[in-house]
Design a protein around this ligand. Structure first.
Ligand SMILES: [Zn+2]
Length: 248
């Protein structure tokens, strides 16, 4: 339930952050008719079902993203709570998941990653080095964290640089580079080749159907942040086992 409520807050951020609007003040309003939403129409998950995904005032369709985000964050919070014991780990992972989900959907809809979210991840990643070891694939060594952050940033920066040199266009954004720096800070440099490789494969799998149907071409812009986050999730869950497999 806490996850679904914070998912509701995440939805506000996903809408307002890319539009440079205040996220704390200002009541929720319908993005279509701008009418303020009553509290009983603003209950996480429940209101969406009761209202049958239509605004009570203008009857326009509400994006299914509102329901999806609340549901996903609810489920993720539950999984974290069931899998970890101590309060530091549970709180840390929950906040991290919340920010990553916001980045996922903001990038998906707007092709940008707000700096404030990327810097929050880096801040959390540095804070983690002072907390007791979580027993996950996150690194708790400051030196590992810093090297990871630098290598993460440089890896995407290099792709942008080379792409610009050869193709004369921007292949990726610096938002992706900052996100990858955050992931390096979180997991250490060992995670970077894995996350880069897996996110590229996931991105390819995602675009191939539309390339075949000729809906997209090789120049079509696709958001890369969501694939980085999916790869990061796989690394979090299976990273250490996967490395054992490769190194055996
Ligand atoms: Zn409306």
């Amino acid at each position: 339930m806490l996850g679904a409520c914070l998912g509701s807050f995440a939805n506000v951020c996903i809408y307002r952050l890319p539009r440079n609007k205040q996220i704390i003040s200002g009541r929720s309003f319908c993005p279509k008719c701008k009418k303020k939403i009553n509290w009983y129409d603003n209950l996480p998950l429940i209101s969406f079902i009761i209202l049958q995904r239509k605004c009570r005032n203008c009857k326009k369709i509400i994006s299914v993203r509102y329901f999806t985000v609340e549901l996903i964050i609810g489920i993720i919070f539950l999984l974290i709570y069931l899998n970890f014991r101590d309060i530091f780990t549970i709180t840390f992972l929950s906040i991290l998941a919340l920010i990553l989900i916001m980045i996922f959907f903001i990038d998906l809809e707007n092709f940008i990653i707000p700096d404030c979210l990327n810097f929050s991840i880096m801040g959390l990643a540095l804070l983690k080095n002072f907390l007791p070891n979580f027993g996950t694939s996150l690194t708790h060594q400051m030196s590992q964290s810093i090297i990871g952050g630098i290598i993460g940033y440089l890896s995407i920066w290099l792709i942008i640089f080379l792409y610009k040199a050869f193709k004369k266009i921007d292949g990726m954004g610096l938002g992706d580079a900052k996100l990858m720096a955050g992931i390096g800070f979180l997991f250490g440099w060992q995670s970077i080749p894995f996350v880069l490789f897996v996110s590229s494969i996931l991105g390819l799998i995602f675009v191939i159907p539309s390339l075949i149907k000729k809906k997209k071409n090789m120049r079509t812009e696709i958001p890369f942040g969501p694939f980085i986050i999916l790869a990061c999730l796989i690394y979090f869950a299976y990273g250490s086992q996967l490395y054992d497999l490769i190194l055996v």
